[in-house]
Design a protein around this ligand. Structure first.
Ligand SMILES: [Zn+2]
Length: 498
């Protein structure tokens, strides 16, 4: 009779804090023991020469999003979660929509049913685009009670964006209920104004997407978002920081003691605005927001990562194929202004759907760029890919860590394995990858999700529906500081002391 379901022997175990050689035993879906001379497992895995990592958590990805018009993005929960597991990510957080003029309940009522087909564990950020009294007073509290503990707001994109006044209402509601607010920071009016001028001048190429939204529009909105969050004393997560000057503002807010955190995404570390100039409209593959920046910005993002200003790297995975969505002027785009056709029938830059796929490549690319080149050490890699997301989003103790009692989400990683990324060998449903031809060093060879071997040597073994919804309870990391201007607590209507 074996003592354990699985024992992984002799690997180098990596946590957010340390690296050591030991065996890791799994029983009943959780980690049962870490140590030496552990008892027998029903399945014995030799991990000599391999790293043993916590399963990745991708806290920012767009999966099977349903549009207000009922259209559904190509990347389904089945294909998207297969891609996640193939790349060493065992949990992700995606976005539950709200459309203006609708309640949360009315917007994509089948979204959770769709998500239940996932092979990876999952949770949701609730997008808020229309914070009506009913949404604020009843729907957001009900959401929190069901374990959805993070809200997402957009300061740009029509019709998603919030005014500053509505943003304040969401921040205050989140503070009262103990939710984290996440935010897409770009100045809507500045972008619209730039776009109008570019289109009027006949500048319609994919690269003009970046011209319309230079770093200053991201920096201004980031500063404003942080200022409004400071006014309300509500912790804030800044999404997809693309460049050094934005990271500098965040570092300043942190230095003042504000509870503000930031992520960047893999593509900002490896790609640049020159990718938007690729011929044959291929620049459209790299249209995402914030836009790709000058190549020199990647070094500044690494600096911000090393300084701890940016402490999560997400994928911002988006399911838009090149042939069927990026080139389709009728595709849902979160665009701004009327869609315009170019002479060859391709859409003008402002009508190209924003976003690129990345959930499958996130760990591999970050490992290659970060660990294999010596920019970061292994514990930092774990913090960026899982441990900090677990702590930030209320999954601490369960996910993002290797210790007895935690979910047995484990990735065996070959740090020396070199492979070339090519879309034909990938699991995602999208017809391209931004990293086509990228030579990666470091690759996941086995993924375990809650004690089940779900990927072995690139072969997916899990069944649709085997992923679980991750309900998140209240958690300490996002408690307000109790510091409000003038001592008057706008939210609590009393003293600032809490
Ligand atoms: Zn996004």
């Amino acid at each position: 009779m074996p003592d354990y379901d699985i024992v992984i022997r002799g690997g180098r175990i990596v946590t957010a804090a340390e690296v050591f050689t030991a065996d890791l035993a799994i029983r009943g879906g959780t980690i049962a023991a870490i140590g030496h001379d552990l008892g027998k497992g029903r399945e014995e895995i030799d991990a000599t020469g391999r790293l043993v990592l916590p399963g990745g958590i991708d806290p920012h990805c767009h999966i099977e999003e349903v549009g207000a018009d009922g259209s559904v993005q190509e990347e389904s929960f089945v294909s998207g979660s297969r891609a996640a597991l193939a790349g060493g990510t065992t949990s992700f957080i995606c976005f539950k929509p709200q459309w203006r003029g609708q309640t949360l309940a009315q917007s994509a009522p089948d979204y959770e049913t769709r998500a239940a087909r996932s092979l990876a564990d999952y949770s949701f950020h609730q997008v808020i685009t229309d914070p009506t009294p009913k949404v604020l007073a009843t729907e957001i509290p009900a959401l929190a009670a069901r374990g959805i503990r993070s809200l997402k707001v957009f300061l740009t994109y029509d019709p998603l964006r919030l005014t500053d006044g509505d943003f304040l209402k969401v921040l205050a509601s989140a503070r009262r209920l103990g939710l984290l607010v996440t935010v897409h920071c770009e100045n809507f009016d500045a972008i619209a104004w730039q776009q109008e001028a570019l289109l009027a001048a006949g500048l319609t190429d994919p690269v003009h997407h970046a011209w319309a939204r230079p770093p200053v529009v991201e920096r201004e909105a980031t500063l404003r978002a942080m200022a409004l969050a400071e006014l309300v004393d509500q912790p804030l997560q800044i999404f997809h920081v693309s460049c050094g000057e934005v990271a500098e503002e965040i570092a300043r807010a942190k230095a003042r003691g504000q509870k503000v955190w930031a992520e960047t995404c893999t593509h900002y570390l490896t790609h640049g605005v020159d990718d938007l100039e690729r011929p044959d409209f291929e620049g459209a593959k790299f249209v995402c927001s914030p836009a790709l920046r000058d190549r020199s910005e990647a070094a500044r993002l690494w600096e911000a990562i090393r300084a701890g200003t940016i402490d999560i790297v997400s994928s911002d995975h988006c399911g838009f194929s090149f042939a069927t969505a990026k080139k389709d002027p009728g595709a849902s785009s979160y665009g701004q202004g009327a869609a315009m056709l170019r002479p060859d029938g391709t859409p003008a830059f402002n009508a190209i759907p924003n976003g690129a796929p990345g959930i499958e490549n996130r760990l591999t690319v970050l490992f290659s760029e970060g660990v294999s080149t010596g920019r970061i050490d292994l514990p930092t890699f774990v913090r960026l890919t899982s441990a900090n997301a677990a702590e930030r989003y209320g999954l601490g103790g369960r996910k993002g860590t290797l210790m007895p009692g935690a979910d047995a989400d484990v990735v065996l990683w070959d740090p020396e394995l070199e492979r070339t990324i090519t879309v034909g060998e990938m699991q995602h449903a999208i017809d391209y990858t931004p990293w086509e031809g990228y030579r990666a060093r470091g690759w996941p060879v086995l993924t375990i999700r809650r004690g089940e071997i779900v990927m072995r040597d690139g072969v997916l073994l899990a069944q649709p529906g085997s992923g679980r919804f991750l309900a998140r309870g209240p958690y300490a990391a996002i408690a307000p500081r109790g510091v409000v201007p003038n001592g008057f607590d706008t939210v609590g209507r009393g003293s600032g002391q809490t």
